[in-house]
Design a protein around this ligand. Structure first.
Ligand code: M6R
Length: 587
C-alpha cells in the first residue's frame, strides 16, 4: 500500500505534495513525510498519523521549494513511527527515497550492507534502496538505478532524489506509478486521480520502467536500459470533487448514496449490455471468480446468482490463495476478477497469471484508470463513484448488482431482469431499522452472523464490516454448520444475528434459531418474513421485501449502518480503521 507523490515545477512543491498526499491517504495513514529539495540540499519533514498532522508541520516552512517527493504510509516492515516514516535517506544523506511496495529480499540486502558498515535508522525494507543507491553510486545516476533495480526482488513504485541533480528519478515494478504533465510542471503519483483538474496529460508506467523527470525533460528506460518514448495521454476526465458536503464521515455518505448509485449503475449497465463481447462466455465450462475481502463476498454472491440463473458451474477464490494453489487453469473457463480499486496486488497477480496462460478474463472494477483494467479482456464498470471510506459499502452493493446483471446476460433473460429491477431501484430508499440496537450489541462478548445460501454471504460481509471498523471479534457461520462445532461457543454472552430472506429455507433457519435459544444464546433476526413465522427471538427487524434477488442486495445495508454506528459509539473514526488502508497494493 502507501502512496507516493513527486513534484517538480514552478509552483509550491510543499503545498502540492501535501494536497496530493491527502488524496492518496486512502492508501495508508500510519505516517507521512516529505523531502523537499533546493540548492543541493534536502529538507525532510515527517509526521506520525494522518496527513493533517503533516499539514500542520509544513505550515511553519516559509521558503518555497520547486522539487520534492512525498509519501503516505501503511506499515509493512516496522511499526508506524517517526523513524519508519518515509522518505528514507542514504547514510551519506545524499539520496532520498519514497517507496510503495515490498522488497522481499530486503533482509539479505540489509545484512550485506551492514557487513559493509552501512547503518540503518529504520526497520523498513525501503532503507536498503537508499543505501544500495549510495553503494553503487555512479555519476550517471540512471546507471546506478539500473544496477540497484537488478538487485531488488518484490514490488515497488519509487520516487528518488539525488542531491546532485534538479531531477526526480523513478522506477516501477508491480506497484502503480504515473507521470503527470502540466504547464511548467511534472508530477509523479500512485493514483492518477491526483492529476485531475490540475495537469494536461499523463504517462502510464509499465513494470520494469524507470527514468527521471526534470522541469524540461522526461526520460524513460526499459529494463534493458533502452530509452523509450511514451506518448502522453490527454487527461480528459473532469475531477469530481468527493467532499463530504453535510456529512461528517465518508462511510455514512457512501451508504446514503447507494440508492442513487444503483440508479446510475442500472443506466450504464443497460447501455453496456450489447457491447459485452459474447466470445468471452461462448462454450465455457465454468466461471472462476477471484477477489479479496469485500469483493470476494460480492464474488460469492455472484456465484450464487450465476449458478441459479445460468446453471454454469462457478467457483470463487480468495486471490491470495488462488495464485499459490497451483491452480488448474483452462482456456475453456472464464476468469472473473472483482476489485473496487483495480489495484489490489493479490487480485492483479492472479489476473496476470491467468492472462499469461491465455485464458479469457473479465473484471468488475470501480476505477476507470486502474491496473486490473489494463490486464483483462473486458471490463464491466460497477459505477459506484469514488469510494473513500476504507470499509467498502456502496461499492459492494454495486459489485453485487453488477454480478446479478451479468448472471442475467449469461442466462439470456436480461429484459426480464431489467423489468424486475427498474421499478425496485427507482423506488429504493434507505431506512434506518436499527433504533438503539447498536448500543445493545456492545453488551455481548461474542457476535455471530448466521444465515444460509445468499444470506450466508451477506453474513460474511456483515461480519467483515463489523470487525473492520469496530474491532469486535465476530464471525459468520453458515446456519447449517452451527451444529457441526460452533454451537459449542453459544452461551448467554453470545449474540447471534440471523439473516433470512429466503422462503425455501425459512423453516430450517427457524430450527437453527431454536437450537441457539436452547443453549442460552440471544438472537437478533433480520428477515423479510413476519415475526410470527419464527419462534420468539430477542430482537426482530423486518426487512423490506423487494424481490428474491434484490433482497440480497438491500439486506446488507442495515449491517453497514450497524457497523458505522457501533464504531461511532465506541469512539472510533469509521472512515479510517486502525491497521488498514483502502487500497492493498502489496501481496
Ligand atoms: O479494491 P478491492 O475491491 O480489490 O479491495 C479488496 C479488499 O481489500 C477490500 O474489499 C476490503 O476488504 C475492504 N476494506 C472491506 O471493507
Amino acid at each position: 500500500m502507501c502512496g507516493i507523490s513527486g513534484y517538480i515545477g514552478k509552483n509550491n512543491a510543499t503545498k502540492i505534495l501535501v494536497e496530493n498526499l491527502e488524496k492518496l491517504e486512502y492508501r495508508g495513514y500510519d505516517s507521512s513525510g516529505l523531502c523537499l529539495y533546493k540548492n543541493k540540499d534536502f529538507k525532510v519533514i515527517k509526521s506520525l498519523g494522518s496527513i493533517s498532522k503533516l499539514k500542520e508541520k509544513v505550515k511553519n516552512i516559509d521558503e518555497d521549494f520547486a522539487i520534492g517527493i512525498g509519501h503516505t504510509r501503511w506499515a509493512t516492515h516496522g511499526k508506524p513511527s517517526q523513524k519508519n516514516a518515509h522518505p528514507h535517506l542514504s547514510n551519506n544523506k545524499k539520496i532520498a527515497v519514497v517507496h510503495n511496495g515490498i522488497i522481499e529480499n530486503y533482509k539479505q540486502l540489509k545484512n550485506q550492507l551492514i557487513c559493509e558498515n552501512f547503518f540503518f535508522n529504520s526497520d523498513t525494507d525501503t532503507e536498503v534502496i537508499s543505501n544500495l543507491l549510495e553503494k553503487y553510486f555512479r555519476t550517471n545516476f540512471i546507471e546506478t538505478i539500473n544496477i540497484v533495480l537488478n538487485k531488488l526482488k518484490g514490488s515497488f513504485a519509487l520516487a528518488i532524489l539525488n542531491k546532485d541533480e534538479d531531477k526526480i528519478y523513478f522506477a516501477k515494478n508491480k506497484s502503480p506509478l504515473y507521470i503527470g504533465i502540466g504547464k511548467d510542471e511534472v508530477q509523479l503519483t500512485s493514483d492518477i486521480s491526483t492529476f485531475f483538474g490540475k495537469l494536461e496529460s499523463y504517462i502510464i508506467l509499465e513494470d520494469g520502467e524507470f527514468g527521471s523527470v526534470s522541469s524540461k525533460n522526461i526520460e524513460i528506460f526499459d529494463k534493458n536500459m533502452r530509452k523509450i518514448n511514451k506518448k502522453p495521454i490527454k487527461l480528459e476526465k473532469e475531477y469530481k470533487n468527493t467532499c463530504l458536503l453535510n456529512e461528517k464521515y465518508y462511510m455514512s455518505k457512501e451508504i446514503n448514496e447507494i440508492p442513487n448509485v444503483l440508479k446510475n449503475e442500472l443506466i450504464s449497465l443497460n447501455n453496456l449490455k450489447n457491447k459485452i463481447d459474447k466470445n468471452l462466455f461462448l462454450n465455457i465450462n465454468s466461471i472462476e471468480i477471484i477477489a479479496c475481502g469485500t469483493a470476494y463476498h460480492a464474488g460469492l454472491m455472484g456465484s450464487y446468482f450465476i449458478e441459479k440463473n445460468c446453471r454454469i458451474p462457478c467457483h470463487v477464490f480468495i486471490a491470495s490463495e488462488f495464485k499459490y494453489s497451483n491452480p488448474i487453469l483452462s482456456k475453456n473457463n472464464l476468469y472473473v476478477f472483482i476489485s473496487q480499486s483495480g489495484e489490489t496486488a493479490d487480485t492483479i497477480s492472479c489476473a496476470e497469471l491467468v492472462k499469461n496462460f491465455g485464458c479469457k478474463t473479465l473484471a468488475f472494477t470501480n476505477v476507470e484508470h486502474c491496473t486490473l483494467n489494463n490486464i483483462v479482456d473486458f471490463v464491466i464498470p460497477i459505477c459506484a463513484g469514488k469510494e473513500v471510506a476504507v470499509a467498502s459499502t456502496k461499492a459492494f452493493t454495486c459489485q453485487v448488482f453488477a454480478m446479478l446483471f451479468f448472471s442475467h446476460i449469461l442466462a439470456n433473460d436480461y429484459d426480464e431482469f431489467y423489468i424486475n429491477n427498474k421499478d425496485v431501484i427507482d423506488n429504493f430508499y434507505i431506512e434506518n431499522l436499527l433504533g438503539n440496537f447498536y448500543t445493545e450489541i456492545l453488551k455481548f462478548n461474542k457476535i455471530f452472523f448466521v444465515g444460509r445460501q445468499g444470506d450466508y454471504y451477506s453474513c460474511s460481509e456483515a461480519s467483515l464490516k463489523l470487525k473492520e471498523i469496530t474491532y469486535i471479534n465476530c464471525m459468520a457461520i453458515s446456519a447449517g454448520e452451527l451444529k457441526h462445532g460452533s454451537l459449542a461457543l453459544i452461551d448467554g454472552s453470545t449474540l447471534v444475528i440471523v439473516i433470512c430472506t429466503n422462503g425455501l429455507i425459512k423453516e430450517k433457519i427457524n430450527s437453527n434459531i431454536e437450537e441457539i435459544l436452547a443453549r442460552g444464546g440471544k438472537v437478533a433476526l433480520f428477515t423479510i418474513f413476519e415475526k410470527e413465522d419464527f419462534c420468539d427471538v430477542d430482537y426482530y427487524f423486518k426487512l423490506k421485501n423487494y424481490n428474491d434477488e434484490f433482497n440480497l442486495i438491500s439486506s446488507i445495508i442495515p449491517f453497514q449502518q450497524l457497523a458505522f454506528y457501533v464504531s461511532l459509539e465506541k469512539g472510533y473514526n469509521p472512515d479510517k480503521p486502525r491497521n488498514l488502508a483502502k487500497s492493498v497494493t502489496v501481496e
